[in-house]
Design a protein around this ligand. Structure first.
Ligand code: WAQ
Ligand code: MG
Length: 243
């Protein structure tokens, strides 16, 4: 699902909301209703354009364990941003790539997708946003995970953890940096395979509609196959209690 205001995204409309689910055939009505509701009731406003598409998945679904989650409580946006940059360094993103962020962020935030950024050339690989799709987490397994970890149920965090787990599990991925473009949601995260999902409670000011989703990649890997993986490889997150 993708929803925009002021026309479709490709006609310059403002991105309002997006979402993806994997469903059985019997579950399609429920999934489509869920996504319709999500796009229609959004803090960024009412859309005047929405597209919901469903397609049959022929490939087998790969299972991934959710990334470990760690939360940081920070008292200011400045400290949150500084921590995010420190975590990116720890994940293997060079200083030179991090230094380009401030200039790049404003132009990145407009489209409803993510930007791939090559840590070797310090440049974005594709200016258009890439939409990660075909990933989900079965509700009963998610509930078990949340209960075990004492995490309050939070659909937004669930979706972000699903996406971050998919994005960082590929060999070309170095790290992800994300915060929402929704004006009322200021928690964001840095994720990598090694660091896990590092939540930071303040990465922007309340009311700010500028979001961020950057996938730092190793441009020496096969990026075409990474993009194919992001868009097409079906993934279920599946948690199992450690023995
Ligand atoms: N593929 C690529 N980019 C996406 C996708 C996707 N499937 N979904 C969202 N984006 C991009 C898009 O450009 C949005 O503008 C931006 O990310 C933010 O999306 O409490 O809510 O759905 O632990 O607003 C993170 C913290 C919340 C959750 C992130 O993002 C938590 C969030 P939003
Ligand atoms: Mg949003």
């Amino acid at each position: 699902m993708r929803a925009a205001k002021g026309g479709a995204h490709e006609q310059g409309g403002k991105h309002i909301s997006g979402g993806e689910q994997i469903s059985t055939f019997e579950g399609i009505t429920h999934a489509v209703n869920f996504l319709l509701e999500k796009g229609l009731t959004h803090s960024k406003g009412s859309p005047d354009f929405m597209q919901i598409q469903f397609e049959c998945i022929h490939d087998s679904v790969r299972l991934l364990k959710p990334l470990d989650v760690q939360s940081h409580q920070i008292e200011s946006v400045e400290k949150g941003q500084a921590l995010a940059r420190q975590l990116l360094r720890q994940a293997g993103v060079p200083k030179s790539s991090i230094e380009t962020l401030d200039q790049l962020l404003p132009s990145y935030s407009r489209q409803g997708g993510a930007v791939l950024f090559d840590i070797h050339s310090d440049r974005p690989i594709d200016e258009r946003g890439i939409r990660v799709s075909r990933m989900d987490w079965q509700p009963d397994n998610y509930e078990q995970w949340a209960a075990y970890h004492g995490v309050p149920r939070n659909l937004r965090m669930k979706e972000a953890l699903v996406l971050a787990t998919k994005v960082t599990s590929h060999p070309a991925a170095v790290a992800e940096l994300c915060w929402s473009d929704d004006p009322d949601y200021i928690t964001g995260y840095v994720a990598s395979k090694r660091l896990g999902y590092q939540r930071i409670n303040k990465l922007k000011k309340f009311g700010d509609e500028q979001g961020c989703r950057i996938f730092f990649v190793n441009g020496r890997e096969d990026i075409e196959s990474y993009i194919h993986y992001l868009k097409k490889q079906p993934i279920f997150i599946r948690w199992e209690e450690a023995e």
